[in-house]
Design a protein. Structure first.
Length: 181
């Protein structure tokens, strides 16, 4: 607060002038990773953006670690991390953070909560092997699940599991023999 001119004060107690900040220069959106449009880009290795996606790993360990079945030849961590990517993609499709139903859908879709057909179990085993330690493998798992499948409820997926080939798609560039027909 300023002092009136008639009040006697020492020179050290007087108000000092404020720092003058320069007017900022011209700004352009030209940095390498900046988004230039309203839509987030989609494509290989770009991921699926959404709020609080790390929470899905906590949910996976707290709620589903003991429920994973029929995972012979796979580490539980590979199953949980691989399905967490699918759960995060489903949550971001709805513009929210992941919840238990997202993870349940992903685990059901790949037959990890039991009841998966034998051909699904044989097909998914090499797909999930080492997924906890390989980002590109997790991206491949997420790319197999189309948005139409992600929009289903876990109950719908459970009811259609015998027709699991209709719920997943082959990613571009992958041989059709390596994916479900």
């Amino acid at each position: 607060m300023t002092q009136p001119s008639y009040v006697p004060i020492t020179e050290n107690d007087q108000v000092r002038p404020a720092y003058r900040l320069k007017t900022p220069g011209d700004w352009r959106q030209d940095r390498v990773a900046e988004l230039t449009g309203p839509e987030h880009p989609r494509g290989a290795e770009l991921g699926v953006p959404g709020p609080d996606q790390g929470y899905v790993l906590l949910l996976a360990h707290k709620l589903f670690e003991d429920k994973v079945r029929d995972a012979e030849g796979l580490e539980t961590e590979d199953v949980l991390v691989g399905c967490s990517g699918v759960a995060s993609a489903r949550a971001s499709l709805f513009g929210r953070a992941p919840v238990a139903k997202d993870l349940e859908l992903a685990l059901l879709l790949f037959g990890f909560l039991g009841g998966g057909p034998a051909d699904l179990v044989a097909w998914r085993t090499p797909l999930f092997a080492g997924a906890a330690h390989d980002y590109l493998q997790r991206r491949r798992i997420v790319a197999l699940v189309p948005d139409d499948t992600l929009r289903l409820s876990p109950g719908d997926v459970r009811g259609r599991l015998e027709y699991w080939r209709r719920l997943v798609v082959a990613p571009e560039g992958e041989a059709a023999a390596a994916t479900p027909a």
